[in-house]
Design a protein around this ligand. Structure first.
Ligand SMILES: NC(=O)c1ccc[n+]([C@@H]2O[C@H](COP(=O)([O-])OP(=O)(O)OC[C@H]3O[C@@H](n4cnc5c(N)ncnc54)[C@H](OP(=O)(O)O)[C@@H]3O)[C@@H](O)[C@H]2O)c1
Length: 299
């Protein structure tokens, strides 16, 4: 496998970490402020009891960033990927020496290949990158052209992105002897709601990919885990509504949504079960939510 060149990584200094102490590939970017606030955070495992390498896509914000933090706290070295290099580097720096980052666009096959290059063995891959664009009805004829572009992006990021990531890391997952693939789908992967056609179609497809993988990889040392959250307060709605902060905030008004840390906790728990146990699917709702459509709101 090719070794990634330094200029393929983000702007932080490039080192390979202490020999034999981590699963980081050569050329992974090290956090630029390794002695940052990470020093104050609890470390759950000593350096010689590390759990191996966990890769997290979409780690520059929300569930991905929280999962990278939680996995590092649980004793994994973490390799973070996303498009916004500055945000990614800040998350990695906050985690500290256990974290490396590389730029990643899961809609671009070459980017996924470069992201995975040099990773000979890894224990966990969290396919989290993705999101929703818009809330237009399927038959919104006046928005047809823009809608098709949005649907294409949602399919590329949430479905093809997962498949590309799994393809790129599968040899390394198998090589670890106990690989775990986590796919962050959604309640939208199992239920539908008006205006959600493009997103629910993509997440349903992602859930189908998860089930297919479990059949295809039966007998391999790889566990396939689906995490399907309901409403989580992240940048998800800000992205969905093109940066409209008021519209995004209204999604969570009067209700208590999940936090990114709640989902990260579930991800970490699922990947730290004994090797013979697969958490096949974990549905996670706020108490204030009963379905994709039913949310309790206080006045
Ligand atoms: N929030 C919810 O209510 C909710 C509920 C169920 C499921 N989910 C799912 O949870 C996952 C994480 O979302 P979130 O709620 O944490 O929202 P978020 O804060 O917007 O995070 C999305 C992450 O995905 C990354 N990303 C988007 N497109 C990408 C691409 N093409 N290549 C690489 N990274 C990409 C973003 O980073 P860059 O922009 O820097 O690339 C960001 O780090 C998504 O798959 C989402 O569909 C969210």
């Amino acid at each position: 496998m090719a070794v990634v060149s330094a200029d393929a990584c983000d702007t932080a200094p490039v080192t390979t970490g202490p020999a034999g102490s981590s699963g980081f590939p050569p050329g992974s970017a090290e956090p630029s402020t390794a002695e940052s606030s990470a020093a104050a955070r609890p470390v759950a495992a000593s350096a010689d009891a590390r759990r191996g390498l966990a890769v997290v896509t979409g780690a520059s914000s929300g569930i991905g960033a929280a999962s990278a933090r939680a996995l590092a706290d649980a004793g994994f070295d973490v390799l973070l990927g996303a498009r916004r290099a500055d945000r990614l580097a800040a998350v990695a720096a906050d985690i500290g020496p256990a974290a490396r980052s590389r730029p990643l666009d899961v809609t671009d096959a070459a980017s996924v290949q470069a992201f995975a290059a040099g990773v000979a063995s890894c224990e966990v891959v969290v396919c989290n990158a993705g999101g929703a664009l818009g809330l237009a009805p399927v038959a919104a004829a006046d928005e047809a052209e823009a809608e098709e572009e949005r649907w294409r992006w949602m399919w590329e990021a949430n479905v093809a992105g997962v498949a590309r990531t799994v393809r790129a890391f599968l040899p390394a997952l198998v090589a670890s002897g106990d690989g775990r693939i986590v796919v962050v789908t959604s309640v939208a992967g199992h239920q539908v709601y008006p205006g959600g056609g493009g997103y629910t179609a993509a997440k349903h497809a992602a859930a189908a990919v998860v089930q297919t993988l479990r059949l295809e990889l039966l007998g391999q040392p790889v566990r396939i885990i689906e995490i399907a959250p309901g409403m989580v307060d992240t940048e998800f709605s800000l992205v969905r509504f093109d940066g409209d902060a008021g519209r995004a905030a209204a999604v969570y008004t009067g209700t208590v949504p999940l936090t990114a840390d709640d989902v990260a906790d579930a991800v970490t728990w699922a990947v730290t079960r004994p090797p013979h146990v697969t958490i096949a699917r974990l549905d996670l709702f706020p108490r204030d939510q009963a379905s994709a459509r039913d949310v309790h709101r206080r006045p």
